[in-house]
Design a protein around this ligand. Structure first.
Ligand code: BGC
Length: 728
């Protein structure tokens, strides 16, 4: 449909019809205009697949037998693959399933920067580095939107904690905003061409992000040229006039009084009462409708042939399994206990409740009604083929004590209740419930511990699978610390005492404190909520059918107190949180201030060894507007099995004019090499790789001078260095 036709359509719409299009008429849909062939706009969560369907006006699971869907790796897992092609493939599955389920917009991906590992929604995001996030989000969004479905990149912006997420007011320097918190969104919009952006619940500098003139009108639309739809987070709108004027297109919420939404009857009344200039108001409403119709048009919802989707397609499972495999991070393998040789193991003991737990149904709006989920225990059994006796002991007891979504209120779903998290009653009822459960937990834990230790004695190998659950990695609540719940530290220590070769495997969506036993453990694997194929992928890594190649998308601090936001007392904060650490988030802090980490950003091992050498660089272009540098190096697999590694290039300004991080990631490539193979790799660095945000000039700039290019295995392991010089 041409632009003219869209304008004609707008001119035919009544005010009421337009209003119907710009606010929710159900929890996940707006009103259509049947007489003009405009369908309702249907959205669905979310980041790990297409969520189950709810009743239109109640948070009740309809209980359909046909809304089971694929459960995809969470975003921190996806980021850990450091593989753009995997992000693209995963996006394609997500988009295809959304279309297959009849949705127009999938409320994904979430890409807020992991300012601290304690943020409850870290598992929904892509780690701590704006460059890694940008590189991964672009192919992900493109993959989704190849299916005539809109992505909805969320939550714009600085939504970096769950504590008081609805009203916390973030104070952040313009430089940190531009360098750390916005680049992922900018990449998704400019390069990924995302058609949807979701505003954040929180405030930025005093104004709620869902109707924030500077974020939505100035930056998103004017600077980045965004032409898609801005959607509020559910219940994120607080003011009719601001919503009208400040760039919001579609208001969604969690209550069923749809006509009372700020952009529904209150907006009509405001116009009728003359509280806003009539002409301006109507023009603003037209603008919102125009954005919506433009996207509908691009998705072929108005005319033309819309592509058909599919869900639970057998052929997609291979892509999801590969994504899960590539996300798994081998953190330690000191005595080369891994991979295990299945022929030598007659009796295998698997310990840990996470071995047997399905994570798809939890986490908040990222929950998935999975068609299936292969747990690690199932995956191990599937892989071993019946020739090994697998003994399972839970080892610790988990009674779901922490989750606000499970424990507040008495409605059928935590979604609406989760917005009530600060009410006294909610907190009290949660406390009482938790106390009871803690008591039971203690008793059961002791019993389970003894059973596991006993079984460990005569097993040929012991695999522990613990970590977190969605009682901790969850929407609506941050973690109080990074400790493993359910007394797992004690269990791990005791297991290591009986069996020093115990393999520790952690399934979680964000970093945990391992300091109690890290020196003792010889083999350590970090899996994630890696989707429906996660358990088999983990088994393949443990038994060497797949050579691990995941890298951490975030620093693993020694403990939660080491994180800069916490050091400064600016997490979780009160009414206001001031991002005093500025640009020194994640490795930018640990690196620059020489703070110890448990595992650095970008870290991960393999069953083979790689050597990277001979970094050389050539300045191809050096003008004020444009820079281009060609970087090459050689990489060899010197071990005896094929595998992939991630070459990382960091840039360090030798004599910075403003305070900068010691180094910043500016290029990476995942490279697969057969045993004994060598390759020459060439990567290009453009102007963005050398810029910083100049707060006085209000723009990104590059200073003339020398820059070091560091070839690295991770943020703490530089293997080769070269230098370049910019004249201007
Ligand atoms: C979450 C969003 C989600 C929305 C709809 C909100 O609570 O913050 O990420 O997409 O609900 O379920």
């Amino acid at each position: 449909m041409t632009k003219d036709k869209i304008e004609k359509l707008i001119s035919q719409l009544t005010l009421q019809e337009k209003i119907g299009m710009i606010h929710g008429d159900g929890f996940f849909t707006t009103k259509g205009v049947e007489r003009l062939g405009i369908p309702p706009f249907k959205t669905s969560d979310g980041p790990r697949g297409v969520r189950k369907d709810f009743e239109n006006d109640a948070w009740k699971d309809i209980g359909l037998s046909y809304d089971y869907a694929s459960y995809l790796p969470c975003n921190s897992a996806l980021a850990a693959t450091w593989n753009r092609a995997i992000a693209h493939e995963t996006g394609k599955v997500l988009g295809r399933e959304a279309r297959g389920r009849g949705k127009d917009m999938i409320l994904a991906p979430g890409i807020n920067i992991m300012r601290t590992p304690l943020c409850g929604r870290s598992f929904e995001y892509m780690g701590e580095d704006p460059y890694l996030v940008s590189e991964m989000v672009v192919p992900l969004v493109q993959g989704i939107e190849e299916n005539d479905v809109s992505a909805c990149v969320k939550h714009f912006a600085v939504n970096n904690q769950e504590t008081r997420r609805l009203d916390v007011d973030v104070e952040v320097s313009e430089r940190a905003l531009r360098e750390i918190y916005l680049p992922g969104f900018e990449a998704a919009v400019r390069r990924g061409k995302a058609k949807g952006i979701m505003g954040a619940y929180n405030k930025l500098r005093g104004t709620h992000c869902c109707h924030h003139d500077y974020l939505l009108n100035e930056i998103l639309r004017k600077e980045w040229g965004f032409e898609g739809i801005t959607v509020s987070d559910w219940g994120g709108v607080h003011d009719t006039k601001e919503a009208l004027m400040n760039g919001l297109d579609m208001e969604m919420s969690v209550t069923s009084d749809f006509d009372a939404y700020y952009m529904a009857e209150p907006l009509v009344k405001m116009i009728e009462n003359g509280e806003v200039d009539n002409k301006t108001a109507l023009a603003k409403i037209d603008e919102k409708v125009r954005h919506i119709l433009n996207v509908m048009n691009e998705l072929h919802m108005l005319d033309g042939e819309r592509s058909a989707g599919s869900y639970n397609d057998y052929n997609d499972k291979a892509a999801l399994r590969q994504a899960a495999r590539e996300s798994i991070v081998l953190l330690k393998n000191d005595a080369n206990i891994l991979p295990l040789d299945r022929k030598k193991i007659k009796k295998l003991l698997v310990v840990g409740e996470n071995a047997n737990r399905q994570h798809a149904p939890g986490g908040g709006s990222a929950e998935i009604k999975a068609l299936y989920e292969i747990t690690p225990l199932l995956g191990i059994q599937m892989l071993l083929g019946g020739n090994t006796e697998v003994v399972y002991k839970p080892g610790y007891y988990n009674e779901d004590i922490g989750n606000i979504w499970a424990n507040t209120g008495d409605s059928e779903n935590g979604q609406a209740d989760s917005l009530n998290q600060d009410s006294k009653e909610a907190q009290e009822s949660q406390k009482t419930a938790q106390e009871k459960k803690r008591q039971r937990q203690k008793e059961m834990n002791e019993k389970y511990l003894q059973e596991a230790l006993e079984a460990a004695k005569d097993a040929d190998a012991v695999i522990f699978v613990g970590g977190l659950t969605h009682d901790y990695d969850t929407e609506g609540q941050d973690r109080a610390d990074m400790r493993l719940p359910y007394d797992q530290d004690r269990l791990i220590l005791e297991l290591l005492r009986v069996r020093p070769d115990t393999i520790v495997t952690l399934v979680a969506g964000s970093p945990v404190d391992m300091s109690m036993w890290l020196d003792e453990v010889k083999s350590l694997v970090f899996g994630w909520y890696a989707g429906m194929e996660g358990g088999i992928a983990l088994a393949e890594v443990l038994f060497g059918d797949f050579n691990p190649s995941g890298r951490l998308p975030e620093t693993f601090p020694v403990n939660g107190k080491d994180c800069p936001a916490v050091v400064l007392g600016e997490f979780p904060g009160g009414d206001k949180v001031s991002y005093g650490e500025d640009i020194f988030v994640g490795y930018r802090y640990y690196d620059t201030y020489d703070a110890a980490t448990a595992f650095p950003f970008g870290y991960g091992l393999s069953y083979t060894d790689f050597v990277m050498t001979g970094i050389r660089a050539e300045v191809i272009e050096d003008t004020e507007e444009s820079k281009s540098v060609k970087v090459s190096f050689d990489i060899s697999n010197i071990g005896n099995r094929g595998g992939a590694t991630v070459a990382q290039i960091y840039v360090a300004d030798k004599r910075p004019r403003v305070k900068k991080a010691a180094k910043e990631l500016k290029a990476f490539e995942k490279i697969y090499l057969e045993a004994g193979e060598t390759k020459e790799v060439t990567l290009m660095l453009e102007r963005e790789a050398f810029t910083y945000y100049d707060e006085t000039a209000h723009c990104f700039r590059v200073d003339a001078g020398s820059y070091m290019l560091l070839l690295a295995k991770n943020a703490e392991e530089i293997v080769d260095v070269t230098e370049i010089e910019f004249a201007v």
